[in-house]
Write a new protein. Sequence first.
Length: 511
Amino acid sequence: MSRSVSTSTDKIIVDRSRKHRNKAVFDTVKATRERLQQGGASSDAYEREMLTMHVAETLQGATIMPLFIVLASIIGVYITRDVELIIWSLLALSAHAVSLILVKRASKQDITTENLPRWRSLFLGTQIIIGCVWAMFSLAEPASTDPSLMLFYKGSTLLIALSLTAMVSFMLRRATYMTFLPVLAALSVTASISRDPFDVGLALMFGMAILFCHRITSRLYQSSVKLLSYQTEKDDLIAELEVAKSVSDEARRRAEEANLAKSRFLASMSHELRTPLNAILGFSEVMASEVLGPLNNPLYKEYSGDIHRSGQHLLNLINEILDLSRIEAGRYDLNEEAISLLEIAEDCIGMIQLRARTKNIKIAQQFENSLPQVWADEKSIRQVVLNLLSNAVKFTPQGGEILVKAGWTAGGGQYVSIKDNGPGIPEDEIPVVLSAFGQGSIAIKSAEQGTGLGLPIVQAILAKHDGQFILKSKLREGTEGIAILPAKRVMQSLPAVEETHAVQPRRRSFA
């Protein structure tokens, strides 16, 4: 059995026993809304995300700085012939190893809002240790080396180390200048003691480089935070769309179940009500006609007529409801054939003429001559004209007039117009009148009320024929209903095919 349709008796009630298929989506949206409603929680969430990204980026580039340290120590030993640089390289590699061990431990644990300050302090502490090691490098002064060459080697090594650290650690705030502030302090102390222009220039140049790298890393950090906020907004929108989709799916499922329940109800109502109604109509007609003998009391004959009229009204109501339900369900099939709008209009006028005479209503005709036939369902078009005529007779006062017109439209189609001089319909009530079971204020006050299904059935039938229904009305001036069939349903007469002589086969000549 399909899970999309519930088998419960009440088709309108949602089956609460089923687990919601979009529970994860609802949980995500709930958490997102709570996070957005809390003002300061978003910054901590972004800090946590940035720290997590810093851990991943550090692990991905774990070999870059150790390789540079080894390469720088080899070049330094080659230039200065000082073995102390090997000891420094071992210290630097040990400091980076401590930093990587700490980062690896952080990657195996979940960084939460509670432990976020502790991890950030630990990472910055390891960066300060690495900076102290680079400060020791900046204080190295081999005696057997050219000072200018040593200055060039030291300055280039420190600038490259600063650039690498800025690229790798820009997601950790204040990591760049916290790492190289000890180096800048060491260079500044050396320059103040020696008063050498080269040392002073190196200290100033390195200080400016730290400021520049700090500015760049701050911009990169802010850009990353913005990207994270955009990503969060996108995730929120996706979650909202998923929730809206799930709600619409649930509403569609409930509507389908309600439609199925309505179809079952109408099918059973058609059978259960029509069967006793036929008996009521038949017996009441026999009693009113006194077929089996006269009735002793004259009131019985009057009551029998009232029963017959009430049953006929109920039967018409059932038929209209079933017709509208079949049209809405797409099960209203058209039996199309060539028909004449003029003939159908004349027949309908003849059928409604008796009711019009009882109210002393005059029905005038204004038909164009020689209208070609149209390709449509005769029963449906006849129902359209009868519904419009019935409404016109119903709401036209005593001694009124109804004008029935039929002719061509500007687009090459055909139309039937029925206009009365009744009380009319307020302009704001026209959409209500065209809706199912909708009735205007004048119709409600009228003694001859209807079901409110005539005009919706007319509109639906014309839509099935690709046509159009126009309702025009003004208060105290009357109402006009226009049923239009498109030009593609008009059957134009084609000229007769001229007779042609058969083509004689060409004789072959052989050499």
